[in-house]
Design a protein around this ligand. Structure first.
Ligand SMILES: [Zn+2]
Ligand SMILES: [Zn+2]
Ligand SMILES: [Zn+2]
Length: 220
């Protein structure tokens, strides 16, 4: 049965499902069709806001409270709206995600330390599985995640209450470790001494070049 009802606002004959339900009317439907109802409500709200901003604000607050109560009572709708909002605001979602990940990383480094346990530098910290086989361990836990700075791994560390057997290593030291038990870079004093001697030699070189140049430049 296709019973039509005329909307007195737009004057169109519409199907019954084009009208919202209203139990207090004789036919159980709103007088105006849905689009007209929405428009009239909007116009009415704007008129109230212009005439009596205080009343409008009170009504808005009441509405917000009612919507919140309704959402709390309908968790599946809340999830659906949340999902729709996130889909409509992807960049905001990414930014939040980034902030959350930074927070997770900071929490883990607060516990295991911010500088490399091997060479002491603070740049590019990673969490290392002391004694090696971190890759195997991570694979056992998370499948194909094998980056030592993976957020999944960091989350697991927090959830597990910061288990022992992990330490902070800089990216260089961690990479040099590979699958072996320890860093293979030479951070010894001997290596530093060689490096410093080399730098001193270059500085002396530059100084003699500078001296040669300034002796060629005629003085005023
Ligand atoms: Zn209408
Ligand atoms: Zn290091
Ligand atoms: Zn090292």
């Amino acid at each position: 049965m296709t019973e039509l009802k005329r909307c007195p606002d737009c004057g169109q004959d519409k199907l019954r499902d084009q009208f919202s339900r209203n139990r207090s009317t004789t036919d159980g439907l709103q007088a105006y069709c849905k689009p007209c109802c929405y428009r009239r409500n909007r116009e009415n709200k704007a008129a109230v806001a212009a005439r009596n901003p205080e009343l409008a604000a009170r009504r808005a607050a009441k509405n917000t409270a009612r919507n919140r109560r309704w959402l709390l009572a309908n968790p599946e709708k809340m999830r659906e709206y949340g999902r729709r909002f996130r889909e409509a605001n992807p960049e905001q979602r990414r930014e939040r995600q980034r902030q959350a990940n930074d927070q997770i990383r900071a929490t883990v480094l607060d516990h295991y330390g911010r500088s490399c346990a091997c060479c002491g530098v603070t740049g590019h910290p990673t969490i290392d599985h002391i004694g090696g086989n971190g890759k195997i361990h991570r694979y056992e836990l998370f499948g194909d995640v094998d980056r030592p700075s993976s957020i999944v791994f960091y989350r697991w560390l927090i959830k597990s209450g910061f288990p022992e057997g992990f330490q902070t290593l800089c990216r260089r030291c961690n990479a040099s470790k590979g699958t072996g038990p320890a860093c293979r870079l030479d951070h010894s004093k001997a290596a530093k001494a060689t490096q410093m001697a080399e730098l001193k030699r270059r500085v002396m070189d530059l100084e003699s070049q500078l001296a040669a140049l300034s002796s060629e430049t005629p003085n005023t």
